[in-house]
Design a protein around this ligand. Structure first.
Ligand code: ZN
Length: 268
């Protein structure tokens, strides 16, 4: 399993989005016999990563999405790697649909070229990029409705954008978290902004909230929905009726925002 998937596993996930009721807490993983770990296979199909588990009980290949959004592919012991790969490939659309239903997903945005005139989102608005040669400016800045990128930094443009969104996003999210934490009646410990793979947000049972840096590209009312959603998990780990009614009390129009995200989130 790759580094990026490993960082999403374990305690922070127990509060997120179950697809089935399988506990993947650290405690369980430790109690497994050590020999099994070395047999772990993984598979990457496009931007999806699967953990492959072999089971003599299986006659066919099954795919499940665990509560953290990790993909588990269970296969009979003698199923070839090629067969597994083909099935995972054929199931891609189903997986994307499932992840989208659970608001776990955004597909990778169309690749950027970082040329003048190209649009970049920030809090739901698109700003055009302008390449500049001005040593008095930082590598990337937003000024008078334009993103200004130093021409000689174009090769590192993607990293500059990620950093810019992360730095701008953190205080913005922290303010919203504070506001909604009071409304929902929970006490979050910390807010972190980073790459969460294809998930918008997650939280740990101890109260740390994690948001993908891409969250800050979305319109403010949608970011607020994600904030309220994750905060509600601090009180109600699962998506049960109590979860939704608690969320509705804090955000009466949450359903409209949720629907908007499911339909439009992939564009950002
Ligand atoms: Zn959730």
């Amino acid at each position: 399993m790759s580094e990026s998937m490993t960082t999403h596993k374990h305690p922070e996930l127990s509060a997120a989005h179950p697809e089935r009721n399988e506990v993947t807490s650290k405690g369980r993983a430790k109690s497994k016999d050590a020999g099994r770990r070395s047999l772990t296979e993984s598979l990457t199909v496009g931007d999806l990563q699967f953990e492959i588990r072999r089971s003599p009980k299986r006659k066919t290949v099954g795919i499940t999405i665990d509560r953290g959004g990790d993909l588990i592919l269970t296969a009979p012991p003698d199923c070839s790697r090629e067969q597994i790969e083909r099935i995972a490939h054929d199931k891609q659309f189903w997986i994307y649909t499932k992840l989208a239903e659970k608001e776990l997903l955004f597909r990778p945005a169309p690749p950027k070229s970082f040329v003048s005139g190209e649009g970049f989102y920030y809090l739901g608005r698109s700003y055009r990029l302008l390449l500049v040669n001005d040593p008095t400016l930082p590598a990337l800045s937003l000024s008078r409705g334009r993103f200004l990128l130093q021409r000689n930094e174009r090769g590192r443009a993607y990293d500059h954008f990620v950093r810019w969104y992360t730095v701008r996003g953190k205080p913005w999210l922290e303010r919203r978290v504070q506001l909604f934490a009071d409304r929902i009646g929970v006490e979050p410990l910390s807010v972190q902004v980073r790459d969460l793979g294809y998930r918008w947000g997650s939280c740990s049972p101890r109260g740390s909230l994690h948001f993908h840096w891409r969250v800050i590209l979305l319109p403010p009312r949608i970011v607020e929905y994600l904030v309220a959603h994750e905060l509600t998990h601090l009180a109600e780990p699962h998506h049960n009726p109590e979860f939704w009614s608690r969320l509705e009390r804090a955000m009466p129009d949450f359903a409209a925002r949720k629907g908007w995200l499911a339909e439009n989130g992939w564009r950002f």
